[in-house]
Design a protein around this ligand. Sequence first.
Ligand SMILES: [Zn+2]
Ligand SMILES: [Zn+2]
Ligand SMILES: [Zn+2]
Length: 294
Amino acid sequence: MRVIVLGSAQDGGFPQWDCNCINCRLSRSGKLNYRLRSSLALEDDLGNIIVLDASPDLKHQVSMMKLSYKRIGKIISNRISPIDAVLITHAHWGHIMGLLEFSAGAPFKVPVYCSSYVSSIIQTSPIFKSLVDGNFIRLIEFKDSFPLEIVNYRDQKTEFVLEAFKVQHREDITDTYGFKIFHNDFSIAYIPDIKVLDERIVKKLSDVDILFFEGTFYWDDELWRVSKIKRTSKELGHIPIAESLSILSELNINMKYYIHFNHTNPVLRGSSDERKNVEEAGIKVVNDGLVIDV
Ligand SMILES: [Zn+2]
Ligand SMILES: [Zn+2]
Ligand SMILES: [Zn+2]
């Protein structure tokens, strides 16, 4: 199985379009890498590729990571979906807008796994509903903590099993889930957006092999520190790294990564004290394009 990090920034990407903070300036001058919106691709041993969250950068992520490269030569026509299924954590725009890309392609009926709440958001929005009506996607609803075998767009079983579990994030327009994806006896957890890291969640994470966890902000008052904006990390639905770090450092997980960074986050700078704190706790700041073969 292969894990590919398609993007590692929060919904606004990095740099953020309207911002001139130190991190955004460094990225525009080439001293920090641009980051696309958070998303992972997982490829099983049969070549099935599933994508976790459909970011607005989906098209570029697919091209840059050459997701369909193994399929070239196997196809009859020149149209093929490079993605077998999409799993949506929640309906905030940075996690769902990429679905619209499918409408530019053939009607592959790509399976889209989501909660019943997100399914209803898709079906009641004329723009998103056209994806379903046009057979570009088909919706498959998951239930809380109920294992589900993932199928590809040809309706064949992949080697992946999904366990989605509900998390607290920002209950404005959507509910939110974290994912555990199983491939044989190997498992990956992906939780890009979460506000509360309680015992129930810690238990879910305790036996995974790779963890990708919410790292939007380092400080609860980071927006005030950097941009003089009076909104805290928690008000926006994100547990700050300063709070999650000690809890995650205790977990006996092989590979631990923070993901979904806001442009203000000091861990984006390799020389910052905050980056040092994260690395000393045995956790990494993930970069776009990371490939892990397991
Ligand atoms: Zn997000
Ligand atoms: Zn900025
Ligand atoms: Zn969100």
